[in-house]
Design a protein around this ligand. Structure first.
Ligand SMILES: NC(=O)c1ccc[n+]([C@@H]2O[C@H](COP(=O)([O-])OP(=O)(O)OC[C@H]3O[C@@H](n4cnc5c(N)ncnc54)[C@H](OP(=O)(O)O)[C@@H]3O)[C@@H](O)[C@H]2O)c1
Length: 330
């Protein structure tokens, strides 16, 4: 029997929607079946560009389409909550871009609805679903660098001129757009037993966080030093340092390789990322697997992990006085 091809509905027609459409075009397990925009013309143009069979001039109409198996939300952070809620209330499975929501109360409400209605809900934080995650974990746990004790990660793109980045009402700022990746990097490889967090933030004139540094101290004495910025360009490296060597991950935004160095700074091993379509295919496949198995959350990024990262981000924004929504819990 041939396997079902999942019909993906793309909500939004911006930068990431374009990447998702290009990804789906090369997948065999899923296809871009429909797209929705606030404007019918935009939806039609997008559909024609990517040969998508259906297009809608409203997000609601996309969620009403009985043929849609999973809705991918690719809109500004400020809108994730209301759009994901609308889809879930129509019993539509959702894969929502990072940052999942503006704050924890919004994330909690979506997760509650997902559990009550038994409808699938996931965050599109692509690095969690990629094979490189397991490959990096394996090399760290192999003992080759000794005991891992220090981690650093940075992600900086000078994108502050974009409306979505500098506007508080679109839930802009470096943390929700980029910091979320370095927090996830630390969480994936150093876990969540954090004793203390300290941080510094430089604000933009609009009130959003332009750049920040975050230090996490773990109960067992490990430390993670993280930075993200919307005004700088950086090397995007993640480095896990152990007592006997270190691992350098190229691009924490979509790991392309890892290199292992020994005590003498000699390269022991360099491993490239397996071939990708774009790297976005893995999150789609993980959602398909979960839904096919009757789960309402993916194993790779369970709801509990979404909430843990959201709480970290709320707490950091509270420290900095960066308010993005009336529903912020501070
Ligand atoms: N995983 C990744 O690598 C990655 C990379 C980039 C972005 N992202 C995430 O993807 C999401 C979208 O980012 P993007 O860069 O694609 O944004 P974008 O290019 O600005 O597109 C956002 C889209 O959202 C829709 N939208 C709905 N309400 C809006 C509003 N009030 N203002 C502006 N747009 C609105 C628009 O589509 P219509 O006009 O058609 O309705 C617009 O095209 C964010 O959550 C971001 O963090 C992820």
């Amino acid at each position: 029997m041939s396997k079902k091809v999942f019909n993906i509905g793309i909500l939004g027609t911006g930068w990431i929607a374009d990447k998702m459409a290009k990804t789906l075009a090369k997948m065999t397990s899923a296809r871009a079946y429909a797209v929705a925009s606030r404007t019918l013309d935009k939806a039609e143009k997008f559909a024609s560009e990517f040969s998508i069979p259906k297009f809608y001039g409203s997000y609601d109409l996309l969620a009403d389409d009985p043929e849609v198996d999973l809705i991918y939300i690719g809109t500004p952070h400020s809108h994730h909550f209301e759009q994901a809620k609308m889809c879930l209330l129509k019993n539509k499975p959702v894969l929502c871009e990072k940052a999942f929501t503006v704050n924890t109360p919004q994330a909690e409400e979506l997760i509650k609805i997902s559990h009550e209605r038994k409808v699938f809900l996931a965050e599109a934080i692509w690095t969690r679903y990629q094979p490189m995650r397991q490959m990096i974990s394996k090399v760290i746990n192999s003992g080759i660098i000794g005991k891992p004790v220090m981690l650093s990660a940075n992600l900086c793109y000078p994108n502050i001129a974009q409306e979505r980045m500098y506007k508080p009402e679109l839930a802009g700022g470096a943390l929700l757009d980029l910091g979320v990746y370095v927090l996830n990097f630390a969480d994936m490889f150093f876990g969540s037993d954090i004793k203390e967090t300290s941080s510094h933030c430089i604000k933009y004139h609009t009130g959003i966080d332009a750049q920040e540094s975050i230090t996490l101290e773990y109960s067992d004495g490990r430390i993670a030093v993280l930075s993200s910025s919307l005004i700088a360009k950086s090397d995007r490296q993640g480095i896990i340092s152990g007592t006997d060597g270190f691992v350098i991950v190229e691009n924490v935004n979509n790991p392309q390789s890892y290199s292992v160095y020994n005590q003498d700074y000699n390269l022991v091993e360099k491993v490239q990322c397996p071939p990708q379509i774009t790297g976005y295919e893995y999150q789609v496949d993980c959602c398909i697997n979960a839904i096919s198995q009757g789960r309402i959350e993916p194993l790779e990024m369970p709801h509990e992990d979404i909430l843990r990262i959201m709480r970290q981000m709320d707490s950091l924004r509270k420290t900095w006085g960066v308010k993005l929504s009336d529903s912020d819990p501070f």
